[in-house]
Design a binder for this molecule. Structure first.
Ligand code: P1T
Length: 392
């Protein structure tokens, strides 16, 4: 066979399986080995085979990075210890006095990192509703260095116009960053839409099996990847080789899993929207979603995340969440198993109560990560849990 190394012209599934990986040159092993080594022997000081120390680089990590770049059709990627480490690697390149313009609904841990860590170091943050391009334009300042876009947002699933915001940012010489965790590169291509950087929690759909925590930064910008590598290496944000191996095993089936996540989520969203116990469903694949048209245009599918409001407030929400059997009550998302959670008490507890209230992250608000189990079993489970919530 011919050893192929360039997968850029191939389809998504082919890239997911092959990009970044070659058979092991020593043994022919088809899977990149887990190079569980902290250091590498040098023949003479400074004479080494590309690797010096595993905080800086590691062959298993490099295979994952090549794969992640392939998925986003980008030139460069860095794998990191978590999604939060990815955000840290980007914001770690800023200086006191720089300003970051962020969406008003982001993962609670991303908000905490900005509000409780980088703000203390003198970086300034403001949070605006990025579904409104005029609000984004008005919030840009001369000191703005980054525009942080999460779309769809966690947990209210708002959709920001990536191309529109990226254009505003380019005019203002601001770097635009898209957290592509919820959509994944299978459903959304922020770099092709004009964004400068993509950040991921690979813990979620990319890993896909709820067995590893990881993150990534992906870009075509050489200066930015050098900054990210510098901060990664300086702050020690690197992932371990075993974790990289697991993430790489996950990415190979991303396209197959995402098709099923989307199909199941569509069915669950329609079921919930028709249910008397549910006052509102938020899913980018429903025409009732405020940015439905934008989602149809910008994404290749509406994803596997659904949020909804249950009638009966916190008591009903608690009864419902205690009654589920197929869905697991847990933080996180994007694994093969369906997860369900209460953002106000769980994932978004670090967001100030007044912000949560303004966004609708109230006591009756529930978030679902629809897994790839059988659709019938998921809907039956929601039906019995909603009945329990109503009748208790
Ligand atoms: O957990 P970590 O790998 O560090 O990723 C942080 C992160 C970043 N961006 C988004 C959009 C995320 O959803 C997350 C993590 N989110 C959860 C753990 C959650 O349950 O929402």
């Amino acid at each position: 066979m011919v050893l192929r190394t360039d997968w850029t012209e191939t389809g998504f599934g082919t890239r997911a399986i092959h990009a970044g990986q070659e058979p092991d040159p020593v043994t022919g092993a088809i899977m990149t080995p887990i190079y569980q080594s902290s250091t590498y022997v040098q023949a003479s000081p400074g004479d080494f085979k590309g690797y010096e120390y595993s905080r800086t680089s590691n062959p298993t990590r490099e295979a994952l990075e090549g794969n992640l770049a392939g998925l986003e059709e980008a030139r460069y990627a860095r794998a990191l210890a978590s999604g939060c480490a990815g955000a840290t690697a980007i914001m770690g390149a800023l200086s006191a006095g720089d300003h970051v313009l962020c969406g008003d609904d982001v993962y609670g841990g991303t908000f905490r990192l900005m509000d409780k860590v980088f703000a203390n170091l003198g970086v300034e943050f403001s949070f605006v509703d990025q579904t409104n391009l005029d609000a984004v334009r008005a919030a840009l300042r001369p000191e703005t260095k980054l525009c942080w876009i999460e779309t769809p947002t966690n947990p209210t699933l708002k959709i920001a116009d990536i191309a529109g915001i990226a254009t505003l940012c380019r005019e203002a010489q601001v770097t635009s960053v898209v957290d592509n965790t919820f959509a994944t590169p299978y459903l959304q291509s922020p770099l092709a839409l004009g964004a400068d950087l993509v950040v991921h929690s690979t813990t979620k759909y990319l890993g896909g099996h709820s067995d590893v925590v990881g993150g990534a930064v992906v870009t075509n910008d050489e200066a930015w990847i050098e900054r990210v590598q510098f901060v990664l290496n300086s702050m020690g944000l690197n992932p371990g080789p075993q974790d990289c191996f697991l993430t790489l095993r996950g990415t190979k089936t991303l396209h197959v899993r995402m098709d099923r996540h989307v199909r199941n989520a569509q069915a669950v969203a329609h079921y919930l929207e028709a249910h008397d116990q549910v006052s509102k469903v938020i899913y980018p694949g429903l025409p009732s979603h405020p940015q439905y048209e934008l989602a149809q245009r910008q994404m290749r599918g509406p994803g596997g995340m659904i949020s909804f409001h249950i009638r009966g407030g916190l008591p009903a929400a608690r009864r419902f969440l205690e009654a589920v059997e197929v869905f697991s009550l847990a933080e996180s998302l994007g694994g093969v198993e369906s997860l369900i959670e209460h953002p106000a008490i769980m994932t978004h507890a670090s967001v100030p109560p007044e912000t949560r209230e303004a966004l609708g992250i109230a006591d009756d608000f529930i978030r679902i990560s629809v897994g790839i189990e059988d659709e019938r079993d998921l809907i039956d489970d929601l039906a019995q849990a909603l009945a329990t919530a109503e009748h208790a």
